[in-house]
Ligand binder design. Structure first.
Ligand code: OSB
Ligand code: MG
Length: 374
């Protein structure tokens, strides 16, 4: 696979319903897509960086800069036998993992198609269907949240995760549990609490949650270990885990009992697989998180979720929960029993709708092999 050119583009996609977390509300996504142009292929990657550096330090604008200035020049004009070969080429650039993942993941898709294999097989996956949960944001009222949960349960989703923050937590969880005492329920704080909230967090125990996701600081797992010792509910780390080393350290410290793997957050499929393997050895179950992805990112999440230790329902759900029209065909659909059937076609198994993407594009830039130097 020789990369002759790379296109960066920004598309705008309004969400069907706003999504609110402890760090803010999103109504429209600005999504960075990249295309790798080869002799015989066009491969697509989606950068999951948000509009603002509020979930992590990256944003669409930092990703655009680091890809065009450093990462694209590292791959342009090169020939790859396997996608993982780009990892050492990017190592000189510290962090910027979502930017790196956009390119690496596109390369994996290209490799899979070149080998005429489904991406999930190339990644080493085994599951042929994946179990789906939903992540439901903070709403205008508890009644609205309860209505949403009722609709998602009726649609078949197997786990409900609600966003929490101080002032939108115990009262809300109490209302949910009174109505549904037995559903698989978890919450995600996106770092909204500190250890001063220990007693408050302990009061969540009575809701019998599957897990509490990233309750403390976004970059911490040391103090999460202290918290986990005080809780019987499992802590799940999201923001804090960037690498297999982080996963090993979190396991050694007892900072969590579950890990949410997001392929963008950790820098691409190679590191996601390495984290998966560490967690399997440590008997830490994992699940696949979401970042309000459009279809390309969503199709990559589906492939990743087929790995053996993805044993808990993830946040990968149907396209129509987010978009009026998704950028892939077919759109991602979930069965009435809350499963996604993993396609058996080569690559991601989904066709990228280039004409629709062109219409949604507000800005694009193509970098070519000959004209690059750094
Ligand atoms: O913490 O998992 C998170 C969305 C944006 C940023 C962070 C998170 C989320 C979600 C949504 O929870 C998951 C999804 O439905 O894509
Ligand atoms: Mg999270």
């Amino acid at each position: 696979m020789k990369i002759n050119a790379l296109t960066l583009r920004e598309i705008r996609m309004p969400l069907v319903h706003f999504f609110e977390t402890s760090f803010g509300r999103t109504t429209e996504r600005r999504i960075l897509l990249i295309t790798l142009h080869g002799e015989a292929f066009n491969a697509w990657g989606e950068c999951v960086a948000g509009e603002n550096p509020f979930y992590s330090e990256e944003s669409i604008d930092t990703a655009w800069w680091v890809i065009s200035r450093y990462l694209a020049p590292a791959v342009l004009g090169r020939k790859f036998c396997s996608a993982g070969e780009c990892v050492p080429l990017f190592a000189r650039v510290r962090a910027h993992r979502m930017a790196k993942a956009a390119i690496e993941n596109a390369l994996w898709d290209a490799e899979a198609r070149e080998k005429n294999l489904p991406l999930w097989k190339l990644l080493g996956g085994t599951h042929r269907e994946i179990a789906c949960g939903v992540s439901i944001g903070i709403q205008e009222s508890v009644e609205q949240l309860l209505e949403k949960i009722a609709a998602e349960l009726a649609a078949g989703y197997r786990r409900i995760k609600v966003k929490v923050k101080p002032g939108w937590d115990v009262k809300v969880l109490d209302r949910i549990r009174s109505r549904w005492p037995d559903i698989a329920l978890s919450c995600d704080a996106n770092s909204a609490y500190t250890l001063d909230d220990l007693d408050h967090l302990k009061s969540f125990e009575r809701f019998n949650l599957l897990m509490i996701e990233q309750p403390l600081w976004w970059d911490d797992f040391y103090f999460h270990a202290r918290l986990q010792k005080q809780l019987t509910t499992a802590i799940c780390l999201d923001e804090a885990i960037h690498s297999a080393r982080d996963a090993q350290a979190a396991a050694d410290l007892g900072a969590c009992r579950i890990i949410n793997i997001k392929v963008g957050r950790v820098g691409g499929f190679s590191e996601a697989i390495a984290i998966h393997d560490v967690c399997r050895a440590q008997k830490i179950p994992v699940w696949c998180g979401g970042m309000l992805e459009a279809g390309i990112g969503r199709s990559h999440n589906i492939a990743l979720s087929t790995l053996e230790n993805f044993t808990l329902p993830g946040d990968v759900s149907a396209s129509k929960r987010y978009w009026l029209e998704d950028i892939i065909e077919p759109e991602v659909e979930v069965t009435p029993t809350g499963l996604i059937h993993v396609p058996d076609r080569p690559g991601t198994g989904f066709r990228v709708r280039e004409d629709l993407i062109e219409k949604l594009t507000v800005h694009k830039e193509t970098l070519r092999a000959a004209s690059t130097s750094v």
